[in-house]
Design a protein around this ligand. Structure first.
Ligand code: AMP
Ligand code: MG
Length: 375
């Protein structure tokens, strides 16, 4: 399949290009498009056949449902049933980086909901995304634009690397302004299923009620129930084995001392400065600006694989605000493998094969599996 790349200015979208992309959606084709969180891989949410294509192209398990994107409350209300007492609050928080799980109407194909009776809905805050939905005249089912388990695409370059030749259109509107996915709140149970761009603290303030945050949401443990799909799968993983440093920033250099071979470090500018000259560093931004860390995180994980290091270390961040979403992604990317001392890291490193990790896919996965469960 020939993939058409459409460069569209997010502040002044070209009508003709928008119309072309919308017609692809309407006839059940696939369009990768920008949102404020990450890029989405979308199609007509009312077509079961179109939704099946998305699972296939992403390599996504069919019980992991898609988020449906609407352009306004009227369209959203045709897809899901909002609890009356929350309607006005939802309306006030959209468009924005928060997804609500509500009861699904019969119009939604089971392929989109992963067989569930609920549906995840969001109105994105991005002009190109909104105009694409409006112009299509249908809601757009769109999970993040990444091959299943890989870091999500935050710019069109990432999306092209994943999907060139596999989708009809990729829209290029520059880098996503937030960089991690939306927060998902189940409005029935008032539980955060996935922390993300919209802070839990802001949910509590808007609803006058604290959301429940399960261990699965923090990324510490994996949920085993299909009611929290996505949480039970490994995710966001680079091919390079990645270990999470959980100690204090001041102990980082010491805990990485004495490790031989090519190592990379992914983390804050501050920590990269300390480690400069000792290993390859991939800077995510200042620790003082979590928004910057979020914006650069997936790009950093994707760049990591190009380095070809034997393994890499990533550091921890505060879990306040967007930090909860950042740490959820990081824990999953590191496959829950963590250390805080030099001895622990040495043990993890000893488990890895000597060869560099340039090859993609299963081999990288096997290395991670071998390395995990150590500590
Ligand atoms: P993605 O857009 O790739 O980040 O994935 C969408 C995520 O939304 C899935 O992995 C699920 O965790 C979540 N989701 C979508 N629909 C539902 C639903 N009906 N119930 C619970 N979670 C959902
Ligand atoms: Mg995803």
């Amino acid at each position: 399949m020939k993939t058409r790349i459409l460069k569209i200015d997010r502040h002044n979208p070209d009508k003709g290009k928008m119309r072309a992309a919308a017609s692809v959606i309407r006839r059940g084709g696939i369009v990768v498009f920008p949102t404020e969180t990450v890029y989405g891989i979308g199609t007509n949410a009312l077509s079961a056949e179109a939704a099946r294509k998305i699972y296939k192209v992403k390599g996504r398990p069919s019980d992991n449902p898609l988020i449906v994107h609407a352009s306004d409350m009227k369209m959203a209300s045709k897809i899901g049933i909002f609890p009356k007492r929350y309607y006005k609050i939802v309306e006030s928080l959209w468009p924005g980086p928060i997804t609500f799980v509500v009861k699904a109407r019969k119009t939604v194909p089971l392929e989109v909901t992963g067989g569930l009776k609920t549906v995840a809905l969001r109105i994105p805050e991005h002009r190109v995304a909104l105009e694409l939905i409006r112009e299509s005249g249908v809601p757009i089912a769109a999970p993040s634009a990444n091959i299943s388990k890989k870091p999500s695409a935050t710019n069109a370059g990432h999306a092209m690397a994943y999907f060139s030749g596999k989708v009809d259109v990729i829209i290029d509107s520059g880098a996503a302004s937030i960089g991690i996915e939306s927060t998902i709140l189940n409005l029935g149970t008032f539980t955060i299923l996935r922390p993300g761009a919209f802070p839990a603290e802001r949910i509590a303030a808007a609803f006058g009620r604290k959301p429940i945050i399960g261990v699965a949401a923090s990324g510490i443990a994996d949920a085993d129930r299909a009611s929290a799909p996505g949480m039970k799968y490994r995710h966001y993983s680079p091919d390079t084995p990645l270990f999470l440093y959980t100690g204090a920033p001041s102990g980082l250099a010491g805990s990485m001392a004495g490790i031989k071979g090519s190592i990379a470090f992914v983390g804050s500018d501050e920590s990269c400065r300390i480690l400069r000259g000792r290993c390859r560093t991939i800077r995510l931004g200042s620790r003082k600006r979590p928004g910057e860390i979020a914006r650069n995180l997936f790009d950093g994980l994707i760049k990591l694989d190009a380095v070809g290091a034997r393994f890499a270390v990533i550091e921890s961040f505060s879990e306040k605000g967007i930090g909860l979403g950042i740490m959820n992604r990081i824990r999953k990317a590191a496959n829950h493998t963590q250390f805080s001392t030099a001895a622990q890291l040495k043990k993890l490193a000893a488990r890895l094969p000597e060869a560099g990790v340039r090859t993609a896919g299963r081999k990288g996965q096997e290395r991670r599996d071998a390395a995990s469960g150590m500590l």
